[in-house]
Design a protein around this ligand. Sequence first.
Ligand SMILES: [Zn+2]
Length: 147
Amino acid sequence: MTKPAVASEVISYCTACKMDLNSVIVAMKGDRIAKVQCFTCKKEHTYKAPKGIDTPAAKPKRASKKKAEASADHSIEVEWEKLMSTHKDAPLKNYSAKGHFVLGDKISHPSFGDGIVGKLIYPNKLEVIFRTDLKVLIYAGVQQTMN
Ligand SMILES: [Zn+2]
């Protein structure tokens, strides 16, 4: 196989004719064909590899954005699921700031959904584990066992 050289024939895509055509090399750049003259239109143009043998389908692989989405909230959901199954038989109480709750109570909150009382914070706060977040809610406080 002879190396391409000036004045030798080569098939090049002609931008004027818009097809692969026999051309003559008019300029080289190192081992690469720099310029050709189209036999058909006689125009000189930079050498372009014939479209016919172009490498097929340059993969339009769009790099999917790596979602660096932190799974920070994942652990609380796992915890929540565990608690919900542990306390699945506990009655679901509707949350109310005036309600009385104890540790392990299942609470239904209008905004946060169902949760479990994980901690009582003296004197009137509850730490409730909801599916997606931990919330501190107000409640009536430690139930009086008078009377
Ligand atoms: Zn041409």
